[in-house]
Write a protein that binds this ligand. Structure first.
Ligand code: SF4
Length: 281
């Protein structure tokens, strides 16, 4: 068996700094609140909860003793209103919104001030997009994942940071075809981490017999990597934990490619590699 692991694995920069910050607060205070799931990964969330973290999913869940507690905002960011309410209720708010997401929000705001109508290629219910919508002028924003005819002439097209680059390109072509803009500005706002992982997944899926995509079952970036690999490699499997490998037919002659989502801890990858090592003997 040959095992080829993607070069870019483990937490992305944005997720990693948010987790480190939560652990730092836990070290000092022994407890912390997190606004929304920090990462779409059950194992990581359970570990943080055991250390003293509590997740609150919305403003209604703000605890009674919040004025003596610290809350951390996750990498996806939050709406302006949510941030204000958190600041008014908690002793301290540690904002770990990923700088790449922050840059996207800033850029949209700037361009809206210059009268651009903004088309955001993305999923309306993704937390990053919900956060962005709550920080910009909503009446000058359209969120869509399929091209649409719009009645405005001066337009900016951007993407949610975690969408697939190839799909964004197709979306842009579709938008140009069904609209007659007088001015259109296109900015690639997809995170480079996302692009690198997609490219690696694509090239591994071309040369491997089996692809294992490791990541949370609710992680949209992991699901996206699975879909990219599945197009070229029929034996592609999305697993969250090493135990799931027991259900998969693996041959000792297989060339196995492994990729991970940006919220998958390295330890999960190591467990999978250790399991596969058995097929080498
Ligand atoms: S995927 Fe990119 S934008 Fe999203 S949290 Fe990670 S580093 Fe930030």
């Amino acid at each position: 068996m040959e095992i080829i692991v993607a070069k870019r694995t483990g937490f992305c920069f944005g997720v990693s700094r948010a987790i480190e910050e939560v652990k730092k607060v836990l070290d000092e205070k022994k407890e912390v609140y997190i606004y929304g799931e920090l990462v779409h990964n059950k194992q990581v969330m359970n570990e943080l909860k055991e250390l003293g973290a509590t997740v609150i999913n919305n403003l209604e869940e703000i605890p009674e003793d919040s004025n003596s507690k610290i809350v951390v905002i996750r990498a996806h960011g939050v709406t302006k209103k949510e941030k204000e309410v958190l600041e008014n209720n908690f002793l301290e708010v540690v904002d770990m919104t990923c700088p790449i997401v922050e840059n996207l929000v800033k850029f949209v705001k700037q361009k809206q001030k210059k009268n651009y109508y903004v088309v955001l290629y993305g999923k309306p219910d993704h937390p990053e997009v919900v956060g962005l919508r709550g920080n910009v002028e909503e009446e000058k924003l359209l969120i869509t994942s399929s091209p649409l005819e719009i009645k405005v002439k001066k337009t900016l097209i951007v993407s949610q940071t975690t969408m697939a680059e190839s799909d964004f390109k197709e979306f842009i072509v579709g938008m140009i075809k069904c609209n007659s803009f007088s001015e259109v500005l296109i900015k690639k706002t997809i995170c480079s981490e996302t692009i690198i992982r997609e490219q690696e997944t694509f090239s591994l899926s071309k040369k491997c017999d089996l692809i294992l995509v490791i990541g949370g079952k609710h992680s949209s970036n992991t699901e996206k990597l699975y879909n990219i690999a599945k197009k070229n490699c029929k034996r592609t499997f999305h697993i969250e934990k090493v135990e799931e490998l027991e259900q998969i037919d693996i041959n000792s002659s297989d060339v196995v490619g492994i990729v991970t989502g940006s919220s998958t801890p390295e330890i999960e990858l190591e467990r999978v590699i250790n399991f596969l090592e058995k097929f080498k003997s």
